[in-house]
Write a protein that binds this ligand. Structure first.
Ligand SMILES: [Zn+2]
Length: 138
């Protein structure tokens, strides 16, 4: 395969950005799971720098350097202001459960909960819709 033939080569800037967000979030989830597994099997050579697990963690760490260099405050905002809210838009599998953010058509409040949300927590309006990308640009 040559340059120009990968699935990303003909994407628009917005499509590429979407892929970056998805892959970053999925990589962070995977890294957390791998780290938990590493704690349970720490003595294995699998986790050395030459081992498969050690290599995977090193590569994930390198791929995620852009965000890891941010201040703790900026990282926290990235997760709470963007990824937590954008999950149902980034992943079909995230549409189940309490990640379904809804937006009040009357006051523009965002709401979510473990139980199904039937009305706006601020104004009581029952006209709620699923979150969409345009909500992030306001
Ligand atoms: Zn409202």
């Amino acid at each position: 395969m040559k340059y120009g033939k990968t699935p990303w080569d003909n994407m628009t800037k917005d499509e590429l950005l979407f892929e970056v967000w998805r892959l970053y979030q999925a990589a962070e989830s995977a890294r957390t799971c791998i780290k938990l597994h590493k704690i349970q099997t720490l003595t294995s050579s699998f986790w050395s720098n030459r081992g498969t697990g050690g290599n995977a963690l090193n590569r994930l760490g390198e791929a995620m350097e852009t965000v890891s260099k941010l201040s703790d405050k900026k990282k926290e905002r990235l997760w709470h202001d963007f990824f937590r809210n954008a999950l149902p838009l980034l992943f079909k599998s995230a549409k189940k459960g309490y990640w379904n953010w809804l937006v009040c058509e009357k006051c523009n409040c965002w709401t979510s909960g473990i139980e199904p949300v039937e009305k706006c927590i601020l104004c009581g309006n029952k006209d709620l819709r699923p979150i969409r990308w345009s909500d992030f640009r306001k």
